[in-house]
Design a protein around this ligand. Sequence first.
Ligand code: ZN
Length: 160
Amino acid sequence: MIAEKDKVVNFHYTLTNAEGEQMESSREGDPITYLHGANNIITGLEKAMEGHAIKDSFSVTLEPEEAYGVRNENNIQRVPLKRLKGLGKIKVGQILNLQTDKGQVQVTVLKVGRFNVDVDGNHPLAGQQLTFDVEIADIREASKEELEHRHVHGPGGHQH
Ligand code: ZN
């Protein structure tokens, strides 16, 4: 069985940036499970998975456009501290969930002032060239329900 549309793929990965620093790894925990062809993982990685079989290992380097996107400096915002009441002491580098008119947005704290906090709404990996070292652990057929929901159920997927 190979990774293709409507298959459930289970894989381990290690993610390194252009400097060779490890950014993320699934190898200390459970593998990642996704439904192929449903945009559950980043575009470039899904494309690279296509056609690979169980036990295959491969490496793919993605430009920001195919990974977490380019950085948008308009996503840097100044937020009044009083809007962040109840979040405790805010520190540089902290990730916050901000309630905005566009729903909940994850931001990284850049600077903490007396009255305001500068936050960056770009994904922490935006603008970076990323290399994924992948090992496919398992591939199975998706269930009818998974195909209707466009995501995986059970271990590593949605529990509902
Ligand atoms: Zn579901």
